[in-house]
Design a protein around this ligand. Sequence first.
Ligand SMILES: [Zn+2]
Ligand SMILES: [Zn+2]
Length: 429
Amino acid sequence: MEDMLRALQGTTIASTRPPAFIKLAPNDDGSSLPAAFFEHPDTYIKHVGPDGRIRSWGFYPYIPRGQQGAGHEDIPYPMMRKMMHQMTYAPLNRSSQLLRPEDQFMNTILARRKRELKQVNLGDLTRRDYVLRIHMPVRNFHAHILTDYRDGTQYGPKVVQAISFCLRSLILFQNSGAIDMMHIDASGYDFLNEDDYCVAHVMDKVGDACQYEYDLGDHFRHDIIVERIVPLEESYGRVQVLGGSGICPMENGKGNDTWAKHIETLTKSGTPAARRGLLSEIYSMPNYTDRGWNKASKFDPDYFDLAEMTQAVMAALGTKLSYSPGAKTFKVPFVPEALLGPLSASKRKTTREVTMSPGDSFGFYEELKKDGRDSRRATACAACGNPNDLKACSGCGQRFYCGQACQKAHWKSTHKQECAMAKKQNASG
Ligand SMILES: [Zn+2]
Ligand SMILES: [Zn+2]
């Protein structure tokens, strides 16, 4: 701990002059806040990377690949700051009227960006289909952030704040409720609610790119690139998987670079023992355990099955497990919270979905499943993914469809049973 504190003091960014906008509590000298926080949020100069892209609202210098760990991308500094000051500021300190400096600064940034985005005229872009190149769909596991490279604006899962009292400790959960939200300070502090915006707000011409970061602790970072924008008369609104390559990296895989090293070990440089060890690690990860692959099967990093992927995307569109604040959380029974029920407080009706963790670990995953319907603005046709002209199922009112053909197809494949169950639930509650 003392070593960490010394390391922290060694990287202090706090300027000797007082901050221009934020207010610091008397015992907080602003150590390890980005230098931008000592400027005014309306006029601070954003850091631009050597590639011309802006990340994390422009707070941090862009750190080139291979030199990570040299700055604020490192988890310990924001974490240490959080530990040192979390009882100093509201809302954890009930007598304090002062919000965290991070929140004082971010609230201003977020409010301004919201106002600017309201002014944007998207024309017919909201109804056009996009051909995008994206990677790695993993549902409700870790939190994610989308970054607009043009100005560093970040979008993420809906805000839910919940406080869990467990014995003598008090934990504040922000945003999605995913466990890796504790690293949000290292990823840009806060984001806009992604449900309120569409692709055209972030990318409006061919060649535009944004970053999709999955897992705020491990940082699986991807570029999403606009390959083509389809003319309005050819835009059908369907979600379609056009192609792909490469199998999804393992959960908790420590980001792109580590995954690349793993692939290298498995296909080229690894000793048989190293490969065996790595394979059993990969197959024990939650996104692999349910694939029905056994440990003896040959691992193929280039594996991609278009039909399988299409089916997975369609299944995801047709489920309510994608309820964004209901991220999966891993629980071990001897942790007191496990007995208290869901940590993510929500006014909406939700059901706990518990998946036992297979294999040698004895915890379980908990995920919140929504019982009510999604808001029309943040949903899509349950059969094809089209977000346009949606009408709710007249039986249960919980599923949306873009037309009769989709409703019929989904009724046959899934919704007949689901609808009856939803109706029963509606009647009882
Ligand atoms: Zn449809
Ligand atoms: Zn229905």
